[in-house]
Design a protein around this ligand. Structure first.
Ligand code: GLP
Length: 255
């Protein structure tokens, strides 16, 4: 079923950060010990920086929520540079203590860990808040174009385009071709979805996700089937939307 989807176009990075933090705070207020699933990538660095500050100044308690994330490169254990969990630990070092206490669930780096990870997410009550980035080709996590909406956590092959974008993260190392990724079905199972997209490089994917057909050709279009999702965009990412004349802070329902 197609749901009304909220699109919020915000004026600057500070407003986007504030909106993302408000989502995080609401998840923590709504229930005890919610499971928050983070997306990695450039888009979320400011959020992790602010969470780190909050941990360090004592205004965020590592026991007030549980954490996890969307995807991991195959063969990239927690400490391996370039891996998603390793990136999270660089961006927000206090996550390490959560890992050590079993309160942060790392996505397994090989398929043998899938069943145990899924069970850990189930025991944690499922994902309350799912942060999402979007790939330039419309991917969600590593659900590349063509991934079925019914897909669940699995080993998935990355497209050449996705690998080219990731090249900067890996310096001299070859960008992995395979990853373990949450499936679109898993993502849609979260209580709340918050997709953040910034910059002109995301504008085409954002347009397809919001105004194109709801179709696996654009995995991010699946968000429009979710009853509780929001797109937080800057003007550049929203620039190709028909409704790009949206007022700053404006909200509109798309269907
Ligand atoms: C990556 C990851 C996603 C991420 C997205 C956007 O490939 N698999 O989880 O959200 O692409 O990344 P960035 O914010 O760096 O543009």
């Amino acid at each position: 079923m197609v749901q009304p989807t909220t699109v919020s176009v915000l004026a600057n990075p500070e407003e986007i950060l504030a909106a993302a933090l408000a989502e995080f705070d609401q998840a923590l207020e709504a229930m005890a010990d919610p499971l928050v699933s983070f997306a990695t990538g450039e888009t979320f660095k400011a959020l992790f920086g602010r969470l780190r500050e909050r941990f360090e100044e004592g205004s965020l308690d590592a026991r007030s929520f549980r954490g996890t994330h969307l995807d991991e490169y195959e063969g990239f254990g927690i400490e391996r540079v370039g891996g998603m969990m390793a990136q999270l630990l660089v961006a927000c070092p206090p996550f390490r203590s959560m890992l050590e206490e079993g309160r942060f669930l790392p996505v397994p780096s090989d398929a043998s860990g899938i069943a145990a990870y899924r069970e850990a997410v189930r025991v944690a009550g499922g994902v309350r808040l799912q942060f999402l980035g979007i790939g330039r080709n419309g991917h969600l996590a590593f659900n590349e174009p063509g991934s079925e909406f019914s897909s669940v956590l699995r080993r998935a092959e990355l497209t050449d385009e996705t690998r080219a974008v990731a090249r900067g993260t890996f310096a001299s190392e070859t960008v992995p071709r395979w990853a373990i990724t949450s499936g679109t079905h898993d993502i849609l199972s979260a209580h709340r979805l918050v997709l953040v997209a910034t910059g002109a490089a995301k504008a085409e994917a954002v347009k397809k996700a919001i105004e194109g057909p709801i179709d696996p050709a654009c995995p991010a279009s699946a968000i429009r089937m979710h009853p509780n999702g929001i797109f937080l965009l800057d003007h550049a990412a929203a620039s190709l939307l028909k409704s790009s004349g949206l007022e700053e802070q404006g909200r509109q329902a798309c269907s």
